[in-house]
Structures are given as structure tokens and as C-alpha cells.
Design a protein around this ligand. Structure first.
Ligand SMILES: [Zn+2]
Length: 249
């Protein structure tokens, strides 16, 4: 039984409005830039929400954390422009700070109710070896927000809104592979827009790693030509609670 088909949910590339919630200013590009570029070209409205200020990054060479935050904010705007992101929202939590998952949830519910997306996108907090607290807290808060954005008992302010689907990137259990070959150069450019993070001596190695990973994924599409792909775990809201088969869907 395909629950998404049963519920009449659109394919990932057919959604009309998406909020992409990233723990740090560069995660959306690394995880999904090619798919986001394709969505933008298809007329999908893309809203970025960035949970932390990126201030814990050690690679900017900036003297103060305020300066790091400023640099990364500019880089985030530049990357978003390359892809066609229409709006950027910052939650402003400190990178590696002591904020809680619930703090993120409380800020996400009003944004979802205001923006009314038909899909959320974020990091997969259940990737088995994910050790970064910002990624785990963000992914889990977003999944919880899926369950409660339509609940007017627990969250009373604003008009309840049900988001039907979520797409996790950086996932170990993908069920959707998107061919992003035509957007690969744009993806790399959008990652490199985060100069303070990627424009350094590690980039050739990282680029090779990204390309190897993306070409491996692309080979699963069994197309004649080689290329690059991105992978997602796409789940319906209904699969986010008491649904053991979600892992295998
Ligand atoms: Zn991150």
C-alpha cells in the first residue's frame, strides 16, 4: 500500500510552496540545492528558515562571533539568490547553543501557520550516525511541528494548517531520488557562495566527495547517461507517528 498515493499527495517536484528548515546557514545547499533549483524553475515558492546563527564555525577567520554571523548571513542570502529562494527567516538561536527542541518547535508553528506550505524540508534527525546536536534538534522539532501545526488545543495562536508531507535530506533511508544533473554547476556555485565554509584548501576533496556521492545516487536511477542526483526520505504526516512501516516506505 502506498500511503502517499492513497492520500493523493503530489510528487516532491510538484509541490507549490515549501519551507526548508536548516540548522545552519549552508545545510539546504549541501543537502538539496539541485532539487530546490528545479522547484524554483517550476514556480514553487521557496522559504528558507535557518535555526542557528552559524556562529560556531571556526573556518571564517573572523575575530568575533558577531562578525562570523554577519559574514554567514551575507553568504546565505547570496546562496538563496542563486537558487531562487523567495524569503529567508532566521530563528536566531546560537550555533551549538543550549536552546531546546521545544524552543524551535514554538517558533516553527507560527511560521508554518503564516506561510501555509504544502511541504517541509529539513535534515533527517534519524540518520544513524548523525552526532551534531543542532541537526538532531532541528530535524526532530520540524517533524513534531508536522504533527502539531494543525492542532489548536496545544497551540492556540494562529490558524491551524496541516502540512501534508515532509522531505528529509542527509538521510540514510531515501525513498526518492531526484536527477539534478542539469543543476549540478548551480548546486556547486550555491555551496561555494558560503565562501567562509568551503572556499579553502579542503574544497577539491569535498567536491570530489559530493560528486562521488551524487553520481552513486544517480546510478540508482538506471538512466543511460551518467549524472548527479540528490536523495530524500519523503513521508506523509500520517507516517510520523505510530507507523513502523515508515522506515521501509
Ligand atoms: Zn549543519
Amino acid at each position: 500500500m502506498d500511503i502517499k498515493q492513497l492520500l493523493g499527495l503530489p510528487e516532491l517536484l510538484d509541490v507549490k510552496k515549501i519551507i526548508c528548515i536548516q540548522p545552519h546557514p549552508d545545510d539546504n545547499e549541501v543537502g538539496a540545492a539541485g532539487t530546490l533549483r528545479e522547484l524554483a524553475l517550476r514556480g514553487c515558492e521557496i522559504v528558507y528558515t535557518t535555526v542557528t546563527d552559524g556562529s560556531a564555525s571556526g573556518s571564517t577567520g573572523a575575530a568575533t562571533s558577531e562578525e562570523i554571523v554577519r559574514i554567514r548571513e551575507n553568504e546565505k542570502q547570496a546562496a538563496g539568490q542563486l537558487l531562487g529562494v523567495s524569503k529567508q527567516i532566521d530563528l536566531g538561536f546560537r550555533d551549538m547553543g543550549d536552546y531546546t527542541e521545544e524552543d524551535v518547535l514554538n517558533k516553527l508553528i507560527p511560521i508554518i501557520r503564516e506561510e501555509k506550505p504544502d511541504m517541509l524540508m529539513t535534515v533527517d534527525p534519524w540518520m544513524p550516525y548523525e552526532a551534531h546536536p543542532d541537526h538532531i534538534k532541528t530535524g526532530k522539532a520540524v517533524a513534531t511541528a508536522m504533527l502539531f501545526a494543525a492542532n489548536k488545543v496545544r497551540f492556540t495562536e494562529g490558524m491551524p494548517h496541516k502540512v501534508p508531507q515532509i522531505a528529509f535530506y542527509a538521510t540514510s533511508h531515501p525513498n526518492g531520488i531526484i536527477d539534478v544533473t542539469t543543476h549540478w554547476d548551480t548546486k556547486l556555485a550555491s555551496i561555494l557562495a558560503h565562501k567562509s565554509q568551503f572556499d579553502n584548501e579542503e574544497w577539491p576533496m569535498l567536491r570530489m566527495y559530493f560528486e562521488h556521492q551524487a553520481s552513486q545516487l544517480h546510478s540508482k536511477l538506471n538512466l543511460e547517461q551518467a549524472g548527479f542526483a540528490e536523495a530524500f526520505k519523503v513521508l506523509a504526516t500520517e507516517q510520523l507517528h505510530f507507523f513502523p512501516a515508515a522506515l521501509y516506505s
